[in-house]
Design a protein around this ligand. Structure first.
Ligand SMILES: Cc1cc2nc3c(=O)[nH]c(=O)nc-3n(C[C@H](O)[C@H](O)[C@H](O)COP(=O)(O)OP(=O)(O)OC[C@H]3O[C@@H](n4cnc5c(N)ncnc54)[C@H](O)[C@@H]3O)c2cc1C
Ligand code: SF4
Length: 336
C-alpha cells in the first residue's frame, strides 16, 4: 500500500483544518477507505483519523424528538440502539445487514453515507484494472458496463442511504468556512465518478432524522438482495416507510439502492400506497400496485455483480415483501 501521513485530531476544528489541505482524506472505520487505497483507487497524502473526536460520536434524542446520530457512530451501535429501532426501523435493519459483524463493529454511519460508488470493473486491484485498460472512473476513458457510454454508472451501494432517504434525514457538514445542513435527498447525484454534492474538505458531523408527526405510527423495513446471507454488498436494496393513522396509510416513502450512482426515491410506487388501508384486501391490492410501479422504474445494469435480469425480476418481489414486512413488523427481508 502506498504510504501516507496520519493525522489524529481531537476536535472538529482541527479536523477541518487538516482536511482543507490538498490530498487529505478522512478515515472513520477505514473498512472502505483502506481497500480503496490498496487498490490504488484513492491516493491520499494525508489520512485524517476521526476516531478521537468526541463530537462525532453517539446517538441522542433531541428535545423536539429529532434523532441525532454522530457520523462516527458504528453501524453495530446504530443497528442495536432502541430509539433507532423504534423511530427509524428501516435504518436499524439496513445497518444490521451491512457486510458482517467485524465490519459493522469498525464501519460507521458517516462512512456508509459517504461510501464511494461501486462497480465490478472498478473495485479491483491496479493490475486487474490495467489489464482491461482501466475505465472512466479511474485512470481510463471507456466504460465496461455501457459500451460506448460517456458517463460512469457505478452504483451507490451504501445500505443506509435508502432508509435515510425515506426518513427525510438531514446531514450536518463542517468545513474551514463554517457549517451547513443538507437534506440527504440533495446529497447524491447521478455521476458514478463522484456522486456526492460535498466539497473535498467537508466533514460529516451528524445525521438527523426528524421527529414523527403527533398521532402517527411510523412503520419501516429494509430488504436486501444478495447472493450470500452475510458480507455481500447489496445487489438491490429497498427501504420502506409507512406512516399510519387509524389503519390508513397517510404517508409512504420507498428508496432503492445498488442500481444507479444515486439512491432512488420510488415516488410512483409510494403513491400507490398513500391513502390505502393499512390492512385487509385494500392493503394487499395497494402493495401489488406499488410493486408493479417500482418494477417499471427499476432497471439494473451490469455495474455490480449478479445477473442484471435476475436483479430486475427480483425488484418487484423485494418491494412487495419489504412493504409487507414493514406492515407486519417482520423485517428485514434478505437472502436469495
Ligand atoms: C467485505 C466488505 C463487505 C462490505 N459490505 C458492505 C455492505 O453490504 N453494505 C455497505 O453499505 N457497505 C459495505 N461495505 C463497505 C463498508 O464496510 C461500509 O460501507 C462502512 O459503513 C464504511 O464505513 P467506514 O467508517 O469504514 O468508512 P471509511 O472506509 O472510513 O470511509 C469511507 C469514505 O467516507 C469518507 N468519510 C468517512 N467518514 C467521514 C466523515 N465523517 N466526514 C467526511 N468523510 C468521511 C472517507 O474519506 C471515505 O471516502 C463492505 C466492506 C467490505 C470490506
Ligand atoms: S460504470 Fe463504467 S466507468 Fe463506471 S466504474 Fe464501472 S466500468 Fe468504470
Amino acid at each position: 500500500m502506498q504510504g501516507f501521513d496520519l493525522a489524529t485530531p481531537t476536535t472538529v476544528d482541527e479536523a477541518v483544518a487538516l482536511l482543507a489541505r490538498e490530498g487529505s482524506l478522512a478515515i472513520a472505520g477505514g473498512t472502505d477507505l483502506l481497500p480503496n487505497i490498496k487498490h490504488e483507487l484513492f491516493e491520499p497524502r494525508t489520512v485524517v483519523a476521526l476516531g478521537g473526536i468526541e463530537e462525532l460520536r453517539g446517538i441522542e434524542l433531541e428535545s423536539d424528538g429529532t434523532l441525532s446520530i454522530g457520523a462516527t457512530t458504528t453501524l453495530a451501535h446504530v443497528a442495536a440502539h432502541d430509539e433507532v429501532r423504534c423511530r427509524a426501523t428501516a435504518l436499524a435493519q439496513a445497518a444490521s445487514l451491512v457486510a458482517g459483524p467485524q465490519l459493522r463493529t469498525m464501519g460507521t454511519l458517516g462512512g456508509n453515507v459517504l461510501l464511494d460508488t461501486r462497480c465490478q470493473w472498478y473495485n479491483q486491484s491496479y493490475f486487474w484494472r490495467q489489464s482491461l485498460g482501466f475505465c472512466l472512473k479511474k485512470d481510463g476513458s471507456v466504460c465496461h458496463v455501457i459500451e460506448s457510454g460517456s458517463k460512469c454508472v457505478a452504483a451507490a451501494s451504501n445500505d443506509t442511504a435508502a432508509p435515510l432517504l425515506t426518513l427525510d434525514a438531514e446531514l450536518e457538514f463542517a468545513s474551514n468556512t463554517g457549517r451547513r445542513r443538507l437534506p440527504i435527498a440533495e446529497l447524491y447525484k447521478s455521476d458514478g465518478v463522484a456522486n456526492l454534492r460535498k466539497e473535498p474538505g467537508e466533514l460529516l458531523v451528524r445525521v438527523r432524522i426528524p421527529a414523527l408527526e403527533t398521532g402517527r405510527e411510523r412503520l419501516g423495513a429494509y430488504g436486501k438482495l444478495r447472493e450470500r446471507g452475510s458480507i455481500d454488498f447489496p445487489l438491490l436494496g429497498v427501504a420502506v416507510r409507512l406512516d399510519v393513522v387509524d389503519d390508513r396509510i397517510v404517508h409512504a416513502a420507498l428508496g432503492a439502492i445498488a442500481l444507479q450512482a444515486r439512491p432512488l426515491a420510488l415516488q410512483k410506487a409510494a403513491a400507490a400506497l398513500i391513502d390505502a388501508p393499512a390492512s385487509g384486501p385494500g392493503f394487499d391490492d395497494a402493495v401489488l400496485a406499488c410493486a408493479a410501479a417500482a418494477a417499471r422504474q427499476l432497471h439494473p445494469v451490469a455495474n455490480v455483480p449478479g445477473d442484471a435480469q435476475w436483479r430486475k425480476e427480483m425488484a418487484p418481489v423485494y418491494v412487495r415483501e419489504t412493504v409487507r414486512a414493514a406492515r407486519a413488523g417482520t423485517g428485514p427481508v434478505h437472502g436469495r
